[in-house]
Design a protein around this ligand. Structure first.
Ligand code: GRF
Length: 190
C-alpha cells in the first residue's frame, strides 16, 4: 500500500476524486494534504474525508524546502500528487522525490504550459489560439515548469462558440475521469 500526499492550493475537486478513488483501492491511501492557502476549499474536503492537512506558509516554498521533505519522509510518503498546486516545488523536494511527483496540467503540453499558465489563463490562451481541441496532461515533475516526462494526455474537442467556462468544464471532466486511474497505473509500476 503506497502513501500519497496531495499538494493543492484551491478548490480541491481533483483531490476529492483522488480521496474517494483510493478509499477503495488496494494500492494506495491518501495520507496527507499539503496546502499553502488557508482559505482553500481543499481544506474542508480533507477534513470531511478525515485526511491530515499540513498548512504551509508560502515562505516554505521559496526556501530550500528541507522542513517539508522531513515532514513527508516522517509520514513515509511514497508519491506526491499535485492537484492544482500554485507554487513551484523546491528543488530539494524534487531531488528527494525523484520521479515520485506527479502533476496534472489543464492543457496539452508542451503547448500552453509554463509560468503563469494555470486555471482560466490556460483556457483563455487556448481559445485565443483558436485551437480545435484541448485536454489534460499528466506528467512527472522535474526542475523545469511543466517539462517532466508525460504519462498521459486526454483530449476533448472545442467548438467556436465555446466560452472559458465551457472549456473549463470539459477539461475538468477529463481530469476527474482519468487522473485517479493514471495515478494508480503509475503506482503499480513503482
Ligand atoms: C485543475 O484544472 C488542474 O488541471 C490544475 O489545477 C486545477 C485544480 O482544480 N492543475 P481543483 O482545485 O482540483 O478543482
Amino acid at each position: 500500500m503506497k502513501n500519497l500526499a496531495i499538494f493543492a492550493s484551491g478548490t480541491g475537486s481533483n483531490a476529492e476524486r483522488l480521496m474517494s478513488y483510493f478509499r477503495d483501492s488496494g494500492y494506495a491511501v491518501v495520507k496527507l494534504v499539503v496546502c499553502n492557502n488557508p482559505s482553500a476549499g481543499v481544506l474542508e474536503i480533507a477534513r470531511r474525508n478525515g485526511v491530515e492537512v499540513l498548512l504551509q506558509d508560502n515562505s516554505i516554498f521559496s526556501g530550500d524546502g528541507a522542513s517539508l521533505v522531513d515532514e513527508l519522509k516522517h509520514r513515509n510518503i511514497d508519491l506526491i500528487v499535485l492537484a492544482g498546486f500554485l507554487r513551484k516545488i523546491p528543488v530539494s523536494l524534487i531531488h528527494s522525490f525523484s520521479d515520485r511527483i506527479i502533476n496534472i496540467h489543464p492543457a496539452l503540453l508542451p503547448k500552453f504550459g509554463g509560468k503563469g499558465m494555470f486555471g482560466d489563463n490556460v483556457h483563455q490562451a487556448v481559445l485565443a489560439a483558436h485551437e480545435k481541441e484541448t485536454g489534460i496532461t499528466i506528467h512527472l515533475v522535474n526542475e523545469e515548469y511543466d517539462k517532466g516526462r508525460i504519462l498521459f494526455q486526454g483530449k476533448c474537442m472545442l467548438h467556436e462558440n465555446d466560452t472559458v467556462a465551457d472549456v473549463r468544464a470539459k477539461v475538468h471532466e477529463l481530469e476527474h475521469r482519468f487522473f485517479p486511474e493514471e495515478v494508480e497505473r503509475y503506482i503499480k509500476g513503482i
